[in-house]
Ligand binder design. Structure first.
Ligand code: FEO
Length: 176
């Protein structure tokens, strides 16, 4: 089924491709910052996030493609390369996800203004996904705060993030 998208909507969805692509690269950068600090649990978490963001991007390619719109492949923007602490890393991650959520919400508003019901339905998946992602990051930040910044804190933070990895994997394997 061909979906008619306004010029404004085409532009907004193409811009979202760039947002999701940036998020994927951002998480890749974080994964190898963690690798450098021997934080294996955090590295695995961010590699997985990077793959998920790429999948978010590819879903947009497909949606534009079935709408007979040529998706624009974005260039690479340089993500930050260095951070003061793992606390700062997760705090920047929450900022990043909030920014993506705001972007999705603004496209959803445009879809509503334009009575574009197909795009509204398509974006609902992203709304749910963003809510879940933000909740996971807030949980990690809460655990980081509880652990504090003592000598062995990095070890315990990494263990907590590994627990989140396992939880995510378990919830997916029960859905399969
Ligand atoms: Fe797809 Fe978490 O932004």
């Amino acid at each position: 089924m061909r979906i008619d998208l306004s010029d404004k909507m085409q532009e907004a969805l193409n811009k979202q491709i760039a947002e999701e692509g940036y998020a994927s690269n951002f998480y890749l950068a974080l994964a190898y910052w963690c690798d450098n600090k021997a934080l294996e649990g955090c590295k695995r978490f961010f590699l997985r996030q990077s793959e998920e963001e790429r999948m978010h991007m590819l879903k947009l390619y497909e949606y534009l493609s079935v709408s007979d719109v040529h998706p624009i492949t974005p260039g690479f923007n340089q993500p930050p390369a260095d951070f003061k602490s793992i606390q700062e890393v997760f705090s920047k991650v929450l900022d990043q996800e909030r920014s993506v959520t705001a972007s999705i919400h603004s496209i959803l508003k445009l879809a509503k203004d334009e009575n574009d019901f197909n795009t509204q339905q398509f974006l609902q998946w992203y709304v749910d996904e963003q809510r879940e992602e933000e909740a996971v990051i807030r949980t990690i930040l809460d655990r980081i705060r509880i652990i504090g910044e003592g000598g062995q804190s990095l070890y315990y933070i990494d263990k907590e993030v590994e627990k989140v990895n396992t939880g995510i994997i378990n919830s997916e394997s029960t859905e399969a």
